[in-house]
Design a protein around this ligand. Structure first.
Ligand code: ZN
Length: 276
């Protein structure tokens, strides 16, 4: 039904505003940084709901329709549904050039948790802005370079910290950390659903409990802002403690951005993996 409404509204809409919308926070942060001062930038999902299970509301449909451009990674099921209904020229797909980890035929969306893969998305954001508003080219280029410098610094911090860790297995209830593990030679053990709120299979929970016991793992990771009862159960069976990672990059403070959240994630990983 909402898709029908969306289609109708698109057909009726006029394009007076100049507004760019990112579907999720990982796309919003670099878009906002690079375009700030030249474009209005907003994010579609503003709540801490599981970003893998978003459902379009009438209000959000309206915001999408009023946007001049919608920036999206475009790999979540809901993203694909929404994008089908928007005029092609208004959608910026950011997945070009990214090497996706796949589970069956489904790409894992969490590329932003690897500073290396994320760099490709940021470049795609910048290039779309240059095409959209070539008059501001020098400005966007400068802002992009600043952002990339911060990213290089962050990447170094991850590489240095994750080099010397007592544990090299990230045990998490949300399967989000495979990109990071690939970059820094870590291993992940997770429940198989990419979605944080999917019902886990008992056999998987048992497998995780056995791994934690066998490897003597002291900390396991759950997702900040999501139900952590599975993690608590695993902890109760193994004596491990539960730490919280913010894989969706949802900001908790006004001043939060990609870098503050990832630095926080690194601190938590450092504690959990006992890195020097
Ligand atoms: Zn996730």
């Amino acid at each position: 039904m909402l898709r029908v409404v969306l289609t109708l509204l698109v057909a009726l809409s006029f394009s007076f505003s100049h507004k760019l919308i990112a579907t999720t926070y990982p796309v919003y942060y670099p878009l906002y940084y690079i375009a700030k001062g030249r474009q209005n930038v907003d994010v579609l999902i503003k709540t801490q709901a599981d970003p893998h299970h978003y459902e379009l509301t009438p209000k959000d449909a309206q915001r999408l329709i009023e946007a001049d451009l919608v920036f999206t990674l475009g790999v979540e099921g809901w993203e694909e549904n929404i994008l089908r209904d928007l005029p092609k020229g208004r959608v910026v797909l950011l997945k070009d050039g990214i090497s996706f980890v796949k589970y069956g035929k489904f790409p894992d969306p969490h590329i932003w948790l690897s500073p290396r893969e994320y760099a490709i998305l940021i470049k795609n954001v910048k290039e779309a802005l240059l095409r959209y508003d070539p008059q501001s080219k020098a400005y966007y280029q400068k802002r992009y370079e600043e952002y990339m410098q911060k990213l290089v610094k962050l990447e170094r911090a991850f590489a240095n910290t994750l080099k010397n860790c007592k544990y090299r297995t990230i045990v998490s209830t949300h399967r989000a950390w495979d990109y990071l593990a690939k970059d820094y030679n870590l291993r992940t053990v997770s429940l198989t659903g990419v979605h944080a709120e999917e019902e886990p299979r008992p056999s998987e929970i048992m497998m995780i409990i056995q791994t934690v016991k066998r490897e003597g793992i002291k900390y396991i990771f759950a997702e900040l802002g999501q139900d952590k009862k599975v993690a608590d159960f695993i902890a109760s069976q193994t004596g491990a403690k539960v730490l919280l990672l913010n894989s969706s990059l949802f900001p908790r403070r006004y001043s939060d951005n990609y870098f503050t959240i990832m630095e926080e994630n690194l601190k938590v990983l450092k504690e959990g993996l006992q890195c020097r």
